[in-house]
Ligand binder design. Structure first.
Ligand SMILES: *[C@@H]1O[C@H](CO)[C@@H](O)[C@H](O)[C@H]1NC(C)=O
Ligand SMILES: *[C@@H]1O[C@H](CO)[C@@H](O)[C@H](O)[C@H]1NC(C)=O
Ligand SMILES: *[C@@H]1O[C@H](CO)[C@@H](O)[C@H](O)[C@H]1NC(C)=O
Ligand SMILES: *[C@@H]1O[C@H](CO)[C@@H](O)[C@H](O)[C@H]1NC(C)=O
Length: 170
C-alpha cells in the first residue's frame, strides 16, 4: 500500500515536472526519444497511417529519396503522397537496426540509421519478397517538445536490390 502511494506520487510528480522526484523520472533523454521517433516512422509506413508522418517530419521537411527513385520530396504533403503512391497495396515491414545519434545540441541533432524494407507479394505473388537495404541520414530539430526530422537523405546500400521485382511493380 505504502509502495503504491509512493508510486502514484512519483507519477504525479513526473507528469507535473519530469526529474523532480528522486530516483524516478520520465526525463527526456534525446537519444532514446530520437530513436523512438525513427521507430515510429517504420510503424507508420507499415500500417499505412500516413497522416501520422506529421509526428516524424517537420511540415517543411525535405526528404531526398533520389537513390530509391522517388526524387527529392519537399514538405510533408509531398512526402505523404509519395509514400502512399510507392507502397500502395503492398504489405511491408520496415526494420531499423543500427541507429547512431550524434551532434546533439539543445535544438538539433543528427542521426544515421540503417533500415531494411521487406515488401511482401500478394495474390499470385504470395511468397515473393523484395528487399531494400539502406540508411537514413537525418538532421532533426527539437521544437514544441518533440524531435522531428527536418532533413533526410536516403542512401541505398549494398548494391543491387534483392528479390522479385514483380512485388513493387504489381
Ligand atoms: C511548432 O508549432 C508551431 C505552432 O503550431 C508551428 O508553427 C511550428 O512549425 C512547429 N514546429 C515544428 C518543428 O514542427
Ligand atoms: C494512395 O494511392 C492510391 C493509388 O495511387 C490512390 O488511389 C489513393 O487515392 C491514394 N490515397 C491518398 C490518401 O493519397
Ligand atoms: C549534421 O549533419 C549535417 C549534414 O550531414 C551537417 O552539415 C552538420 O554539420 C551536422 N551537424 C553538426 C552539429 O555536426
Ligand atoms: C494470377 O495468375 C492466373 C494464372 O496465370 C491469371 O489467370 C490471373 O489473371 C492472375 N491474377 C492476377 C491478379 O494477376
Amino acid at each position: 500500500m505504502r509502495f503504491l502511494s509512493i508510486l502514484s506520487l512519483a507519477i504525479a510528480a513526473s507528469s507535473a515536472q519530469a526529474s523532480t522526484f528522486p530516483g524516478y523520472s520520465f526525463t527526456t533523454e534525446p537519444t532514446s526519444e530520437i530513436k523512438n521517433v525513427l521507430s515510429h516512422y517504420c510503424i507508420i509506413l507499415d500500417t499505412k497511417t500516413y497522416s501520422d508522418l506529421s509526428k516524424v517530419y517537420t511540415s517543411d521537411a525535405v526528404a531526398d529519396f533520389t537513390t530509391i527513385g522517388l526524387g527529392v520530396l519537399k514538405g510533408l504533403p509531398a512526402i505523404e503522397t509519395a509514400m502512399n503512391a510507392s507502397l500502395f497495396g503492398i504489405p511491408t515491414q520496415h526494420g531499423m537496426t543500427t541507429s547512431y545519434v550524434s551532434d546533439i545540441s539543445e535544438k538539433s541533432a543528427n542521426a544515421t540509421s540503417y533500415y531494411t524494407l521487406q515488401q511482401f507479394g500478394t495474390g499470385n505473388n504470395t511468397g515473393q519478397l523484395f528487399t531494400v537495404w539502406g540508411k537514413w541520414v537525418d538532421e532533426l530539430v527539437y521544437d514544441n517538445s518533440t524531435w522531428k526530422v527536418k532533413n533526410r537523405q536516403v542512401v541505398a546500400m549494398g548494391g543491387p536490390l534483392i528479390g522479385n521485382f514483380i512485388v513493387p511493380t504489381h
